[in-house]
Design a protein around this ligand. Structure first.
Ligand code: AKG
Length: 320
């Protein structure tokens, strides 16, 4: 389906009206942890991002998680590490959607790479989003929380996944959205998020890309890209919000990203369906909690926008 210039105008109106009514010009920082009710009412229900101080003040992780401690505590544990030639795991590259090489290695060996104690080819990132914190990294659980009590009270449920992230500076997460309410706690270093509200979706290009994955060659100095025909095609965003190609994607000029840096000790509430692109300082460590979103009327409206954008926008990001 192609959509008309008239519909394009309506999408622009929706984006302007959303900004006038509820989307902030910048992401607010709360100096105190809100009550579960305040948090749900003022941020979750209205799908608005916020940074919250002091959520993880009580975590021993804040003072303990340096490299010597981590080596001592989990150096011998085998963990899954994503390795890519360019720092782009799960991203569009050379016309395909390419996933990283998933390597199982001792955490000690990963730390050697991060600390540049060994020469290695590629960019390394612990980023397995399968609740790796309660699985591969479970011996660190006592330094943090298995769930955030006040948030679980607000959502009325436990998180679906708790993930541990640690990576090199050049490891970047490409723009995407998730159907989770995300509480993202930075323990060491900092993360910079580029955020776009769901109402900017009509301006964000999507394409369908055949799936592939990186594999290190035997020379250990180059990667090849291997097709994954069983996966088929994957809808993904080819645009880099830090360096948008307006010639290819002129409609993206209508989008208004919010850029926010989350520092050690802070927690970002990243609402469901918000688009996000993430970069980090070297050796940054974070733990995040994915709570399932309510599939309520908000979700139905967003799906409706998606259906209006239809085929052509999904293919090339531009209306006819
Ligand atoms: O920290 C990152 O690199 C990505 C985080 C993310 O995409 C998420 O939590 O959904």
């Amino acid at each position: 389906m192609e959509y008309s210039a008239a519909l394009d105008e309506k999408f622009k109106f929706l984006a302007v009206e959303s900004r006038e009514l509820y989307i902030p010009e910048s992401v607010r920082t709360l100096r105190d942890v809100p009550s579960p009710l305040e948090f749900y009412r003022d941020y979750v229900a209205v799908n608005k991002p916020v940074i919250i101080d002091h959520v993880i003040d009580h975590w021993p992780a804040l003072s303990k998680w340096d490299v010597p401690y981590l080596r001592d505590k989990i150096g011998d544990v085998e963990v899954t590490v994503s390795v890519t030639p360019n720092g782009l795991a799960d991203a569009v590259y050379d016309g395909r959607f390419v996933t990283p090489e998933e390597r199982s290695m001792k955490f000690d060996d990963f730390l050697n790479v991060v600390e540049k104690k060994v020469a290695s080819y590629g960019v390394y990132y612990v980023q397995k989003q399968n609740s790796n914190f309660t699985d591969e990294f479970r011996s660190l659980l006592s330094d943090a929380d298995e769930h955030l009590t006040w948030a679980s009270e607000a959502f009325g449920s436990q998180p679906d996944a708790v993930n541990f992230w640690m990576g090199e500076e050049s490891a970047v997460t490409s723009m995407h959205k998730d159907h989770y309410e995300n509480l993202y706690c930075v323990v060491r270093g900092e993360k910079t998020f580029t955020l776009l509200p769901p109402t900017d979706q009509p301006f964000i290009p999507y394409g369908h890309y055949s799936a592939a994955r990186y594999k290190l060659n035997d020379d250990a100095r180059s990667f090849e890209i291997i097709d994954d025909p069983d996966v088929g095609t994957v809808p993904w965003i080819p645009l880099d919000p830090e360096n948008p190609d307006f010639t290819k994607y002129p409609r993206y000029k209508n989008a208004k990203p919010l850029v926010v840096t989350v520092k050690a000790g802070q927690t970002l509430f990243l609402p469901s369906l918000w688009f996000h692109h993430v970069r980090q300082s070297h050796g940054c460590i974070a733990v995040n909690y994915w709570y399932d979103m309510q599939f309520d009327i908000k979700y139905c409206y967003y799906k409706f926008i998606e259906s209006l954008i239809g085929g052509s926008a999904i293919r090339n990001g531009e209306p006819s």
